[in-house]
Design a protein around this ligand. Sequence first.
Ligand code: HAM
Length: 416
Amino acid sequence: MSVQFTRLKGFADLYGEELTIFQKIEAAARMVFPLYGYEEIRPPVLESTSLFQRGIGSETDVVQKEMFTFRDQKGRGMSLRPEATAGVLRAAIEAGLAKQGQISRLYTIGPMFRHERPQKGRMRQFHQINAECLGSDSPYIDAGLITMLIQFLDSLNLANLTLKMNSLGCAACRPAYLAKLRQFLSGKDDLCEDCQRRVNTNPLRVLDCKLCQDKLADAPAFQDNICPDCAEHFKTVLALLNEVGISYELDNHLVRGLDYYCRTTFEVVSNEIGAQTAVAGGGRYDGLVAELGGGAVPGAGFACGMERLALLTAAPEVARPDFYILGLGEAEMKAAFILAKKLRAEGLAGLMNAAGGSMKSLMRQVAKSRARYCLILGSDELASGKITLRNMDDSSQCQIDLDCVLDVLKQKCVNG
Ligand code: HAM
């Protein structure tokens, strides 16, 4: 009995045009990030579950409900990474790259896993482009990260994006704010079920609950409650963005879904991709390296969701093969095979037929490949050391010496 396997729900096979869009997005990041001194790092996708519990926060939805977690043969708890930050920091600490006063700029691109309800722009395996900067709490770092993010998004010609900014205060001023917020929230008995629980466990998350927004208009605002140091830090970040012409909106309810943030937080949103509007998000996390055992090293970063960026990015033009060689008999196919190898060794891209057939069906294959030139090798041509060169765009053709094919094609395809 034959079995048909299908992909898992929330997991996608990337290929064809969609994959070319992903490749274009990746190439843009690889072009822009090094301009800001960022180097690539590739941590594994599987880490100890405790890393994420500790790093992201055990009360977050991500850790409580969304991780793909299992025990290995020896009973050790492991999880597929739901985000990159915790793993990048773990790797940086192990490699000695997380040091106060020594700035490390790292980026990583790859798959993340969250067991969420799949919908447009929300997958169980999705891909992030992630940047982290360790070693400094300067507002120049926050503004620099955001500037790099915007340059990257601009390089993809994305329109109608909004940058939202907030400051979540620091370990010194947040407790007083949280007490105020809790007091405000405990007076509300019409919050949704999740938020009623969050009032005690994680009151900040109530602020960005979609269901409860209409009950939160008078909630105390971070910007009125953060300490003078945090206010000054935030003011400098915003002033630097103004200096380089990056516009933003202040959003008092932007708290983000992960527990590690302090001070600057930001998101880039689009209203053109359905219910999941955030294409990128990030912020400062000055306590996280210490939380993961690496000492008092401040940091900040962001991640972009590639699936959501792909919804907004135009497909790149796909390169056409330079040539398609048709060998019309056994001996001619062998000669075509040798010629194709020679042309590819010189950087020309192309195909040849893998079997014989009628001229009509062979020419159909050539047309389907979109090759610019067809090289036809029949027995007469092979005997006389010639080959027919056909321009597939205007159907003009001529005979050239077999020995000259490389030079002629190079002239036409590389220089022409
Ligand atoms: P995040 O906001 O959880 O932050 O995710 C960043 C981005 O990943 C989102 O804005 C969204 O575009 C994309 N994303 C998240 N979940 C999904 C999903 N299920 N399907 C498709 N796309 C998704 C973080 O992950 C932080 N680690 C960002 C960060 C880095 N903060 C500091 N450094």
